[in-house]
Design a protein around this ligand. Sequence first.
Ligand SMILES: NC(=O)c1ccc[n+]([C@@H]2O[C@H](COP(=O)([O-])OP(=O)(O)OC[C@H]3O[C@@H](n4cnc5c(N)ncnc54)[C@H](OP(=O)(O)O)[C@@H]3O)[C@@H](O)[C@H]2O)c1
Length: 273
Amino acid sequence: MNKENKMKVAILGTGNLGSSILKGLMNSKLRDNIFISATKRKWVEKPFSNANNLQCITDNTLAVTDADVIIFAVQPEQFYSLAKEVKNKIKGKIIISTITGLTLSGMEEVLGKEQKLVRSMPNTAIAVSQSMTCLSYNGNEESIKTAESIFNTLGKTLIIEDELMQAATVLGASGIAFWMRLIRATTQGGIQLGFDAKEAKFIAVQTCLGAASVLQKQPEAHPENEIDKVTTPKGCTIKGLNQMEHKGMSSALIHGLVSSYEMISQIKEKIDS
Ligand SMILES: NC(=O)c1ccc[n+]([C@@H]2O[C@H](COP(=O)([O-])OP(=O)(O)OC[C@H]3O[C@@H](n4cnc5c(N)ncnc54)[C@H](OP(=O)(O)O)[C@@H]3O)[C@@H](O)[C@H]2O)c1
């Protein structure tokens, strides 16, 4: 395959998220139209070893040199030295950050206002092309269109104001953990009621998917109306649901979201200082 005709994407940092993006891209319909350079400080094993549109390397500078799009997927504290390392090689290219707490103006300060910058907040469901990815950008239309085209193949996207990115981090990125815990908890309940763990998880996952699909496929549908449809007066569902609310279910979720939000504020303060 000729790498010259493809969009060249460099993923800098392939930990949890970077490797999920890599896996998602390698399995997406973009696969035949991109060439990926993925970097890690040390590669132990080359993933997708038969793929001829992927190079796994440890040299960040080499990775970005002929890339069109650069995705930074390192921890906040790792960003500055990495940015310094590659800064001179990424001028004029489309730069996408996934870094929590790093604002567009923070990126501009380090990389330059004139750069085509996109801030993204995906989640790890990107590995199975089901990410919710919020995007903000510093004005360049080519950069946001390219970012959308990448992330739309890996799930759904929403362009938002940069100020909302912290809330998007909690709702969309941390949200994966919150939903996993809810699925785990309902699975545990199912086991107590007599299913084995595999069956209970199967039922919990498909029911969760069903609830989400009802809302996604019928945009006019509202969760409360859908709840009304399954709660018969004096019935078992309303009894269970009200019991959950007496124990603070909605309140616990909202408190959790706000706590995560506040924690990001602390991370941001650290980055800014
Ligand atoms: N995980 C999520 O669901 C999620 C969602 C949205 C946003 N984010 C954000 O995305 C970023 C990455 O998150 P993560 O969970 O993937 O973190 P992670 O698992 O810690 O991965 C970071 C990776 O970057 C590598 N790295 C560090 N410095 C590097 C350098 N100079 N050159 C090349 N690679 C380097 C690390 O390698 P070593 O292991 O050798 O240090 C590691 O593999 C974070 O800023 C996070 O806030 C994460």
